[in-house]
Design a protein around this ligand. Sequence first.
Ligand code: 13P
Ligand code: SF4
Length: 351
Amino acid sequence: MNAPQVLQNKLEQMEKALRNTPDQHLDFKAKRDLIERILQLIEEKDVFVLGHNYMEPLVYLLSGEQERGDSLGLAQRAAETDKPIILFDGVRFMAETAKILNPEKKVLIADLEAGCSLAEPFSADVVKEYRERYPGAPVVTYVNSYADIKAESDYCCTSANGYKVVLHAAKEYGVDRVIFFPDSLMGANLQYDLKDEGIEVIYPGKEDDRFAACEVHEKFTAQMMRDIREQYDMPKNAEHTAILAHWECPPEVLEEADFHGSTTQMGKYLEDHPKLQRVYLATECEMAANLAMEYPGIEFVRSCSLFCQHMRKITLEKILYSLENEVYEVDVDPTIAKRALVAINRMLEIK
Ligand code: 13P
Ligand code: SF4
């Protein structure tokens, strides 16, 4: 297939995917030229484009089906590519992980300021302090952190495999106490889910006054979930409706939800429950927009004042600029990257 044909096919695929969501279909028409130019550069420069589930639909669809997903899936894909340039449509800690896995490649992100409230609060010294306080306990660090923290850790994990990695770390080290960094709410949720395994999870805020949380997910409350259930006729454990929550929400929200998991696991829940007709996702709101393209038969109840300001920094306009000029390159100190890679690889090896 020649290059113009590949481009044409990609545009057609995008348009087809958007037909189920009229608003985004209109956006596509308005930005068709911009999208075409971006796709052209992706082809010309042989760019591997990874897109997180929280990207707005037009950005999300720039990535092929296999290159869209949650932070675990994207890290796995980043480890596999042999393309010279990676464009990461997500936030900086995700692009950093891709760079650590591909030190020789150029990793671009449309906005280097796309941060994460979980990744900012602690320095690597805090990890050392916890190690001293809890000797012998392995450190499992959530990927929503920067490379220096990962470098001080024994394992990384994501929301898709946190439970599994903490369990694995405890077994591997022959201990029943694991330090989990940095998310205080996810730490509490892991502790709850792992209580029957006899594992003590230590996380910031459990036995001290430190705290880190996702600025989006911490805002969901159990009362909001109950209000949604009542207002939209979504009883618990129903066949046709479901409330799904991300691990980063407060524990009482998870208790009210029908299911909790990573972003991709929430999508998988829809696939596994074909009778669903109405769904609320307690997570970043673009996730529902992306799932709506795939599940036109489901009505998504959306509350879009809860969005991730960092993810929103990734726009088509900035992507074009980054690709055209090959700027906004992610760099990680090679010494730190080498140590962080150990923790990332130890996570990727856990099946
Ligand atoms: P996932 O691990 O589900 O991709 O979530 C990452 C994230 O930033 C959630 O807020
Ligand atoms: Fe970070 Fe929360 Fe944004 Fe995810 S949604 S990138 S955890 S601030």
